[in-house]
Design a protein around this ligand. Structure first.
Ligand code: AMP
Length: 552
């Protein structure tokens, strides 16, 4: 029997988490059989092509660096030449390559693999954790993404779900999920302005939101994609590497097993030091010294020392917050929510308090709140809870090209879904034969800075002087963010329409191919994408199929 439960998944850059509503309709984190509440978003391949996911993949990373992939979320739906992708490619010990369409893929054991496939491995693991905990097969999920993810990144995430055999019934913004988990929408007093401060393992995201009557609106986002808890671990690790070198003239960085143990010990020490003032790092038989004798590292470390080593990291938290507040046109917010495991670190909390001039709200487990919010949202969608209706909005302005390079907005950003808008146009030349309407998404007045989504061409227009032939444009976006554009010549009723499904870089055919390939468990090389698969259907009809029900 398949469960009718919809799970909520926080598909994170460094760790992922899955939650579901329990019998009392309270969101609960689902714990893996090994007791882990979160799963590292790491995927590794053995030389024989066998895949491991999670903690096991992370553990063997130092001995198998070129075939262990992490941070796939930094690549999904992205072009390889994007600035932060290029930064990540320089840093990552595995190869990041360009697919023929310019998308960022990875190459493992000589085979190109899309980030969608890598994310699918993580999603499949989260699904497995859920199925084992619930005791029933699960097929539907709400998956969260950062608020700044564009359509391509969102669609690529959906495609990853499909590859993993999960129907992603809704993509939810991470700060919205956090706000839901914190119950911000249950405040009675109308519009509430909040900040969601999310410091995870690899990234820092700040979102300024307004919550009003169940409508969650992201007003501004910011952050630092190169700042996270792992930077704290690395600082401590570097210090110990230096200490060992000074004492024994041995460079641990050249000894993968030692580095792996050191990394885990440093992260564990950091976690302890977020509640204690002092701990001891013990690493017996870490390496051999120059005489072949074992190096048994054992030293106390204080929170104060780690704070000293990481002060510059703390200093990097402020500017993105101030910028996001300014972008939202605000000086203050009414509440700050802490999200991400690294917000347990006392100096981080103190900094948040200083920046926002208030004590932040803390959940019990900041690394689980996004998944809990996704599960709460899944409950709303399933009708299990009568919680405030949560309404989705369009993340960007939608409009069309006018003149040579102008952009005319038809549906403004933050319009509630579903939304329908109508605009009337007139021909600009006598006996104009056709109109071509280019649909764009973005916030810039400069057309080139926005993203082209598709085109509708309406031909065989009746003859007539310039301005006498009128074309009505209707744009609709449904609750699944599917955009339809219809152009209709008013006199004849002749019509052309296009449905634009955002593309994540893989065509539907390619997604199905990956699924089949996985089914056959063949080890044949992955096929690289050809087109961008953006336009799904273009149709012209002689008769109008919609009647205008609003004034244009
Ligand atoms: P997330 O991506 O939200 O799971 O955050 C993971 C990051 O939070 C990692 O860098 C963890 O080391 C860090 N983290 C988790 N628990 C703690 C803790 N108790 N104290 C300090 N950092 C923590």
């Amino acid at each position: 029997m398949t469960s009718n439960k919809i799970i909520g998944i926080d598909l994170g850059t460094t760790t992922s988490c899955v939650a579901v509503l329990d019998d009392k309709n309270t969101p609960k984190t689902l714990v893996a059989a090994d007791g882990e509440r979160t799963t590292p978003s790491w995927v590794a391949w053995t030389a024989a092509g066998q895949v491991t996911v999670g903690t096991r993949a992370r553990r063997q990373a130092v001995t198998n660096p070129s075939a262990t992939v992490y941070g796939a979320k930094r690549l999904i739906g992205r072009k390889v030449n994007a600035e932060d992708v290029a930064w990540f490619a320089r840093l990552a010990p595995f190869r990041i390559v360009a697919a023929p369409n310019g998308d960022a893929w990875v190459r493992v054991h000589g085979l190109p693999i899309s980030p969608q496939e890598i994310a699918a491995h993580v999603l499949r693991r989260m699904r497995q954790v859920a199925e084992e905990a619930i005791g029933e097969p699960v097929t539907r999920a709400v998956v969260t993404v950062p608020a700044y993810f564009d359509d391509a990144q969102r669609q690529a995430t959906r495609d990853a779900g499909q590859i993993a055999g999960l129907d992603i019934i809704r993509i939810l913004n991470e700060p919205t999920a956090a706000a839901l988990a914190y119950g911000v929408h249950r405040h009675a007093e109308g519009r509430r302005l909040i900040a969601v401060f999310d410091l995870g393992g690899g990234t820092f995201d700040i979102s300024i939101m307004s919550v009003d009557n169940g409508i969650f609106e992201v007003l501004a986002t910011g952050g630092d994609t190169a700042l996270g808890g792992e930077d704290w671990d690395r600082r401590l690790q570097e210090r110990i590497v230096d200490e060992v070198f000074d004492a024994h003239r041995i460079d641990l960085t050249g000894i993968p097993m030692a580095m792996s143990r050191l990394r885990e010990a440093c992260e564990a020490a950091k976690k302890t030091l977020s509640v204690e003032n002092e701990t001891v790092i013990q690493l017996p038989f870490l390496a051999n010294d120059q005489h072949g004798a074992p190096i048994n590292y054992e030293k106390p470390i204080t929170r104060a020392i780690v704070e000293q080593l990481t002060q510059d990291l703390i200093d990097r938290l402020e500017a993105p917050c101030s910028r996001a507040l300014a972008d939202a046109g605000l000086a203050d917010v009414e509440e700050v929510l802490l999200v991400g495991g690294m917000t347990r670190w006392p100096a981080v909390q103190a900094t948040v308090e200083r920046i926002f001039k208030m004590k932040p709200s803390k959940g019990a487990n900041p690394d689980e709140v996004v998944a809990l919010g996704a599960a709460a949202y899944a409950g709303i969608l399933a009708g299990d809870t009568d919680d405030a209706a949560l309404l989705d909005v369009t993340p960007h302005d939608l409009g069309i090209k006018v003149g040579d390079s102008g952009f005319s907005v038809v549906i403004p950003r933050n319009s509630m879904l579903p939304v329908r808008a109508r605009k009337l146009f007139a021909t600009t030349a006598a006996d104009q034969k056709f109109v071509s309407i280019d649909v764009y998404q973005g916030e810039s007045d400069t057309l080139g800075k926005n993203r082209k989504l598709g085109q509708v061409v309406l031909d065989d227009l009746p003859a007539g002087p310039a301005g006498s032939i009128r074309v009505e444009l209707v744009m609709t976006v449904d609750v699944e963010s599917l955009l339809s554009v219809t152009a209709r010549e008013l006199k004849s009723g002749r019509e052309a329409s296009v449905t634009i499904r955002p593309s994540g870089g893989l065509s539907q055919r390619e997604v199905v191919e990956i699924i089949n390939r996985r089914r056959q468990e063949s080890s044949v090389a992955g096929k690289l994408p050809e087109g961008d698969g953006n336009i799904v259907r273009v149709a012209t009809r002689e008769q109008p199929v919609i009647k205008p029900d609003d004034e244009g």
